[in-house]
Design a protein around this ligand. Structure first.
Ligand code: NAP
Length: 496
């Protein structure tokens, strides 16, 4: 039986005009060709919200063909025309922000306020790239001889396969589709099977915005089949992926056969370094935000809180007190700060990491077990005396667990922070300006927050060093990922 909550919200949303439950191929809402479906569940209750098509190779091939056909006209529109479509899409996302926020909470679990924040953040990429569409400039190069003229043109790469995760069901899509469409590319989106409804709602709004059929396609279901079809097709010129490092490596290897361009936004293992000279309140507030957003399920979540010995006790107590106040519950309940984890496997991973840490000498200061609410709720947890041998500090825990580690010197902090294959986000808390520059420069990370725990914005480049990925999303740099550079040489210019 579906609980009243899920039932009511789903019923309300299904009347809203954005509730779509089929895939989108060539502008047509489509079932799986064999009629198979998969369940979409509310992680807070386990209720099945709705069934969506379980698509595979054939549907993906058709989606690629429709994107390929649409490319010839979409890429020939003027930048202004594409910009206006994107702007309209942005306006519609904002006009539907309440419904989109509810949809995110329903299928992903994050608190409604946070979900609404994701809608604003996700939509901001469409607005930003509506503007940037008009700024795809080429170059004129001074020629090495008098009878020549040299130009550089920037052109869209072509059909893009965009594969996205469940933790930001809207923003991880708009961050890719915004710049792709701005440049003149067309897309086949494969959202996570856990959160397809937000992707389908965004696609519906793209049609309402006048983005032509075939420019945006959505298929979901059998991930390896869909992924392989995208990889094998020579029509797909680019794969852009956000998700786990393991799947990212597979996609990178699979892109080799057709030499596709690849952008990867993969897992992190963010250090959050608190120096003795930090402002305690700023450090507690910042690390709390960096650790517990989305119940710890973001790639930029602080994974290791590394604290200098002089401030360690004071920080640990103040931090644990702050964590104690975080209310856990259904994302639709007022004042809830932490929703459920995405599924049972996620809880089991968290449990095994905590167990491993305790068996290696860490102490649980707070939490450390499943929440009494049951389901996939886990207590916000603080662990002290963590060290580099423990799983919690070697791999992404992707849950509400904050391990605290101790260090003595700045050099040691940098060494601990960089001792990982990941390199996405890092945070430092210090009031010393020279130190903030020195440490920011020494960190092998794509994003550094200084005295700030929430740093993502559409205007700044987002991406990782090392095995956290390739390429950047957002900002002016995000456009380059969807552009080919073409050099044109005009010869014999001295003839009359
Ligand atoms: P995931 O398991 O790698 O899934 C990501 C996407 O890949 C989903 O759509 C998934 O489909 C699909 N997929 C899985 N196997 C595939 C295959 N063989 N071929 C093609 N597609 C395949 O990651 P996740 O658990 O959803 O997301 C969490 C991870 O994402 C974390 O590691 C996190 O750090 C990372 N992340 C990184 C960023 C960043 O910007 N760097 C941002 C957010 C998240 P199904 O879900 O349908 O199986």
């Amino acid at each position: 039986m579906m609980s009243t909550n899920t039932q009511d919200i789903a019923a309300r949303l299904s009347n809203s005009g954005i509730f779509r439950t089929q895939g989108l191929i060539g502008g047509k809402w489509t079932d799986a060709y064999d009629g198979n479906t998969i369940k979409v569940q509310n992680p807070a209750t386990g209720d099945v919200i709705v069934n969506v098509p379980c698509m595979g190779k054939r549907e993906t091939s058709d989606a690629i063909s429709s994107a390929y056909n649409a490319f010839s006209s979409w890429s020939k529109l003027t930048a202004n025309e594409r910009s206006r479509c994107l702007r309209k899409w942005y306006d519609l996302l904002i006009a539907n922000k309440e419904e989109l926020g509810q949809l995110i909470t329903l299928e992903q679990g994050k608190p409604l306020k946070e979900a609404m924040g994701e809608v604003i953040y996700g939509a901001s990429f469409i607005e930003f790239y509506a503007e940037e569409a008009k700024r795809v400039y080429g170059d004129i190069i001074p020629a090495p001889s008098a009878d020549r003229r040299l130009f550089v043109l920037k052109q869209p790469v072509g059909v893009v396969g965009a594969i996205t995760p469940w933790n930001f069901p809207l923003a991880m899509i708009t961050r890719k589709v915004g710049p792709a469409l701005a440049c003149g590319c067309t897309v086949v989106i494969k959202p996570s099977e856990f959160t397809p409804l937000t992707a389908l709602a965004a696609a519906e709004l793209s049609l309402q915005a006048g983005i032509p059929p075939g420019v945006v396609n959505v298929v979901m279901g059998n991930a390896p089949d869909i992924g392989d079809t995208l990889l094998e097709s020579p029509k797909v010129r680019k794969i852009t992926f956000t998700g786990s490092t393991a799947v990212g490596k597979k996609l990178m290897a699979g892109s080799a056969a057709t030499v596709k361009k690849v952008s990867l936004e993969l897992g992190g293992n963010a250090p959050c370094i608190v120096f003795d000279d930090a402002d305690l309140d700023v450090a507690v507030k910042g690390s709390l935000a960096a650790k517990f957003r989305n119940s710890g399920q973001t790639c930029v979540c602080a994974n290791r809180i590394i604290v200098q010995q002089g401030i360690y006790e004071k920080f640990a107590n103040a931090f644990a007190n702050a964590v104690q106040n975080l209310k856990v519950g259904d994302g639709f309940t007022e004042s809830v700060a932490l929703g459920p984890l995405i599924n049972e496997a996620a809880v089991q991973k968290v449990e095994s990491f905590v167990q491993d840490a305790v068996s290696k000498g860490a102490k649980v200061m707070l939490g450390g077990k499943r929440h009494s609410l049951g389901m996939t709720f886990y207590e916000p947890t603080v662990i002290s005396d963590a060290n580099s041998e423990m799983l919690v500090s070697r791999e992404e825990v992707f849950g509400p667990v904050a391990p605290l580690m101790r260090f003595k010197t700045e050099d040691e902090a940098i060494q601990i922070a960089n001792d990982t294959n990941a390199g996405l986000a890092a945070y430092i808390f210090t009031t010393n300006v020279q130190r903030s520059w020195r440490v920011s420069e020494a960190l092998e990370y794509g994003l550094v927050g200084v005295n700030e725990g929430l740093i993502s914005t559409e205007v700044a480049p987002f991406g990782g060093f090392k095995q956290s990925g390739l390429g950047r999303e957002g900002s002016k740099y995000g456009l380059d990922e969807y552009l080919e550079i073409k050099y044109v040489c005009l010869g014999n210019m001295d003839r009359a």
